[in-house]
Design a binder for this molecule. Structure first.
Ligand SMILES: [Fe+2]
Length: 431
């Protein structure tokens, strides 16, 4: 593990382990004056969900190989589902029910996976799906069929891009570059870097179909471990992340304030953050300007996460499942070529990096904080039910992106992630 770059960050450097206990008292005191509906920050979270990148290597659930028996079951179930009258929009199946996708041994594997996601590390990788044996359409059915044994698939949302190819309003998205750029524009996905974030669903799953010839590394980090490291190094910032922070979303008023870190009614941890959505909200009229400390705290999530998390190339046939209440994910930029670029026939929209993405509400998911904002954005706070994704925004009324936000980026007046002061490896889009 690299040393956290304290030199670049005097605030971070000012706090060492020795001061942690004393600082925790300050944290508790500062919250005695906070509004009654904001829960006190948790002390160190610890436990299995507070892992460092090196711990994943020793996990039986990180890189678990699908056996020939699993693959035979998946193949038969896919054929069964394909003949059951599934509707498609282009290559995307609009629904694959658990009943249409019968599994036995693999169902047992997926039950263990769901347990690890909710009560273990919150991150699982399966390996060995023979992606070259199937069309993207067939892979979508197989993948959604597997996910249907973990939970409810939800239609995907995106307050920013709203890209149909990425899965907006659909149960399956295709993550690929359609343009080169640090900022995705006009509904096109770009080959850009993503800071560590959560998706607005309980579990995000990605199936790698193709990699780029360069870049496109996946990043994952334990939110609990980041939380605990911040308590060690910058404890006075921790309470700020338990307070509501506005972010854009596509429903209701177009902006909603949720804490980044929160405690569920059962006393479990949950987190929800998209640095770009928070940054975007800063350009919407009427939104409270964040303080320098709040921006510093959000920036530190990335810095700590890259120090203690895990970076990897998700190879074709590998499937990841990530519990958004426990883990953050991100990516580095990758090589992208225009389709008519005769000097590079490898990394274009049709043959470059491609992952299929599913959003799942597991049958064993945790309940969420009982506040109007959680109810509005998630649609439901009870565990085990379909929630998150686009449906709650539809119920609250789809809101157009604020024109002042579109103008801010289109004019080049502001930079994507420009609100944050740190730059990190992997941000270069010109590979
Ligand atoms: Fe994501």
């Amino acid at each position: 593990m690299r040393t956290i770059s304290a030199i670049r960050n005097p605030l971070y450097a000012a706090h060492g382990r020795a001061g942690a206990a004393q600082s925790l008292i300050r944290v508790a005191r500062s919250f005695s004056t906070a509004p009654a509906d904001i829960p006190a920050p948790l002390p160190k979270l610890g436990g299995r969900a507070a892992w460092h990148g090196s711990d994943l290597d020793g996990s039986e659930w990180w890189g678990k190989q699908l056996t020939e028996e699993h693959l035979a079951e998946l193949d038969a179930a896919t054929k069964n589902a394909m003949s059951s009258g599934i509707e498609f929009e282009d290559d995307v199946p609009l629904g694959v029910s658990k009943d249409a996708f019968p599994l036995q041994k693999t169902a047992h594997l997926l039950a263990g996976l769901a347990e690890e996601l909710e009560n273990g590390k919150g991150a699982v990788m399966l390996a060995g799906m023979p992606v070259d044996r199937y069309s993207v359409k067939e892979l979508g059915v197989m993948y959604m069929g597997m996910c249907s044994h973990v939970g409810h698939l939800v239609n995907q949302s995106s307050a920013g891009l709203r890209s149909k190819s990425r899965g907006y309003g659909l149960p399956l998205g295709q993550i690929k570059a359609e343009m080169k750029g640090k900022t995705p524009l006009e509904g096109k996905q770009a080959n850009n870097y993503f800071r560590l974030h959560t998706d607005r669903c309980d579990v995000i799953s990605l199936l790698s179909v193709r990699t780029a010839s360069r870049g496109g590394l996946a990043r994952i980090a334990s939110a609990s471990a980041i939380h605990d490291a911040m308590l060690d190094h910058a404890p006075e910032l921790v309470p700020l992340l338990y307070q509501p922070i506005e972010r854009i979303w596509e429903g209701g008023e177009g902006v909603i304030a949720l804490p980044i870190w929160a405690v569920t009614p059962e006393g479990k941890f949950t987190t929800q953050i998209s640095p770009s959505y928070i940054e975007n909200a800063q350009y919407v009229n009427g939104v409270r300007k964040l303080t320098a400390d709040e921006i510093e705290a959000i920036d530190l999530i990335e810095e700590i996460g890259l120090d203690i998390g895990h970076e990897f190339l998700q190879m074709p046939g590998q499937l990841t499942f990530i519990n958004n209440h426990l883990c953050y994910h991100g990516r580095t930029a990758w090589k992208f070529a225009e389709t008519d670029d005769v000097d590079n026939e490898r990394d274009n929209e049709d043959n470059g990096r491609l992952l299929l993405r599913a959003w799942v509400s597991p049958f064993n998911s945790r309940s969420l904080p009982d506040t109007p904002e959680y109810k509005e954005m998630w649609g439901a706070i009870e565990g085990g039910v379909p929630r998150g994704g686009l449906e709650p925004a539809v119920r609250a009324g789809i809101k157009a992106k604020p024109p002042e936000l579109i103008e801010a980026y289109a004019s080049g007046r502001v930079d994507y992630y420009g609100m944050y002061k740190r730059k990190f490896a992997g941000e270069d889009i010109d590979l």
